[in-house]
Design a protein around this ligand. Structure first.
Ligand code: KIV
Ligand code: ZN
Length: 529
């Protein structure tokens, strides 16, 4: 029989989502508090058991995000557990405790390196010192809440005997979940399954805690390693929507959940996830992080349920299951039953927005409806991708209430002409300022005019334009990254006119640099936001 840890339901796997913590560590990501709260609401609809809302001690902005998520998403008996990461130092643990205390089910997740390579080069401490730090950290976390998770970082490269001893010590100190991270994505399914079996066999008090796993995807094996661990008895899996996370990312929640669901004959366990919300969650996260999902991504990629070859199509039309192992509806794959055009009404818009992860109040819907009608007048059909771009634009408009907003833009350009832009911005104090400048092209001229108005020194480091949809009437979505004082800030903008989209993206990046800089006064130089 497979050994399982503490959790009463031995056949139920706890899904721990870390999109808002490890996912936010993806280079080039960086969310505002508002964006994190919006994603957390969707994670609750998805039915994950634990939301790691952030790393409260890392910045005032993240402290606020964890606090708000604990209050707003973590309320009520059916709410998910809200968790904050903390290093094994008193200041971090107290800050995490302060932030999560508003949740109905708070958790503190303490981590500390355990492999010799980390101890020697990163921590520069010996094993005994680290062991004491781990125990003291868990005891301190326990003084804030009952639910304490401990992660020996780089566990898969840690000497097994030391790992077992550390797990025993932290469980004795009160850890209720022990998480085994494959921090650098080095393991493979056979080895990782054996490691988890080793933990069950060699940690005498292991039945007092839930065994969790946290796998990174450096070799593309994160989901496979997580599922191997489930086979070996692990009953919590950590991961991110769309497989986001440090470097190549974490195990993708949708792959782990659908692996368990689709092969329940094999794994014989369940999760509490509402799989129909996987598609909307993926689209919302992709949109807010501005990280496109690869077309052929398992479960949520746009080709995941498309059949192209004649032989496949023929068989599929005769019997769907010939070439489909999952029903696309079960993962909330977007159906095309409702087509939005300029004659569509609020009900259609609301239904489509829900499909892509946005649930709006009546007032919010009214605002979006007006913007939708303007767009629909310019486009034959408003697709899901258009709507996602429109919603991001709405979010940015709300955000720009604290910052600058593009009020008017005119450009002169063409063969033989010196490109020139006249930009009017609405400033945070409500005044309008106009500037006319020349540049090497219309976008350059526009950015120079914006620089002259805002007088906030940023360096543009990345600029990309994507067509949101196909066709000549497509909306252009511009993604910009700027640097300010060593930190990187991203901005997005969309419009059917790409110079307007560029101006919006540039202003959005500057607004984010200004706001996040003030939110995160302690953020270290070099962080990417
Ligand atoms: O990858 C890792 O080891 C982590 C820990 C903080 C759990 O993210
Ligand atoms: Zn990680």
């Amino acid at each position: 029989m497979t050994p399982t840890a503490k959790s009463g339901a031995k056949d139920r796997v706890t899904i721990f989502d870390t999109t808002l913590r490890d996912g936010e560590q993806s280079a080039g990501a960086g969310l505002t508090v508002e964006e994190k709260v919006l994603i957390a609401h969707q994670l609750r609809r998805l039915g994950v058991d634990v939301i790691e809302a952030g790393f409260a001690a890392s910045s005032p902005g993240d402290f606020e995000a964890v606090t708000r998520i604990a209050r707003e998403v973590g309320a009520g008996p059916d709410a998910p557990t809200i968790c904050s990461l903390a290093r094994a130092v008193p200041g971090d643990i107290d800050r995490a405790g302060e932030a999560v205390k508003h949740a109905a089910k708070p958790r503190i997740h303490v981590f500390l390196s355990s492999s010799d390579i980390h101890l020697m080069h990163q921590m520069r401490k010996d094993r005994e010192t680290i062991m004491n730090m781990a125990v003291e950290a868990v005891k301190r976390a326990k003084s804030h809440c009952d639910d304490v998770e401990f992660s020996p970082m780089d566990a898969s490269r840690t000497a097994p005997e030391y790992l077992y001893a550390m797990l025993k010590a932290v469980i004795d100190a009160g850890a209720t979940t022990v998480n085994i991270p494959d921090t650098v994505g080095y393991s493979n399914p056979t080895e990782f399954g054996d490691l988890i079996r080793g933990v069950f066999k060699n940690v005498p008090n292991i039945n007092k805690a839930t065994v969790s796993v946290h796998c990174h995807n450096d070799l593309g094996m994160a989901a496979a390693n997580s599922l191997a661990a489930v086979e070996a008895g692990a009953r919590q899996v950590e991961g991110c929507i769309n497989g986001l996370g440090e470097r190549a990312g974490n195990a993708s929640i949708e792959e782990v959940v659908m692996g368990i669901e689709t092969r329940k004959d094999h794994y014989r366990v369940t999760t509490g996830v509402n799989t129909k919300e996987l598609g909307p969650s993926s689209r919302l996260v992709s949109d807010i992080f501005n990280f496109p999902v690869q077309y052929n991504k398992a479960i949520v990629g746009q080709n995941a349920f498309r059949h192209s070859s004649g032989i496949h199509q023929d068989a599929y039309l005769k019997e769907r299951t010939t070439f489909e192992i999952m029903d696309p509806e079960r993962v909330g794959w977007r159906g095309e039953a409702i087509v939005l055009t300029k004659v569509s009404g609020r009900a259609g818009l609301r239904a489509k927005l829900k499909q892509i992860g946005y649930i709006l109040s009546e007032d919010e819907l009214n605002d979006v409806f007006a913007a939708f009608k303007t767009l629909a007048d310019r486009k034959r059909e408003v697709t899901d991708a258009d709507l996602a771009a429109l919603m991001s634009e709405q979010l940015r408009i709300e955000e720009s209430q604290k910052g600058y907003r593009v009020s008017d833009l005119r450009v002169i350009c063409g063969t033989g002409l010196k490109p020139e832009a006249t930009v009017t911005l609405e400033c945070p104090d409500g005044t309008l300022k106009t500037m006319r400048t020349e540049g090497t092209g219309p976008v350059d001229a526009t950015c120079k005019a914006i620089d002259a108005i805002v007088a906030f020194p940023v360096k543009l480091t990345e600029f990309s334009v994507n067509a949101v949809t196909e066709g000549i009437d497509a909306q252009g979505q511009v993604m910009i990254r700027v640097q300010h004082n060593g930190s990187v800030y991203s901005g997005r903008g969309s419009d059917t006119d790409i110079v307007v989209a560029s101006a919006r993206a540039y202003v959005n990046a500057i607004n984010r640099a200004r706001t996040i800089r003030f939110e995160d006064k302690t953020a270290k130089a070099g962080t990417v936001r």
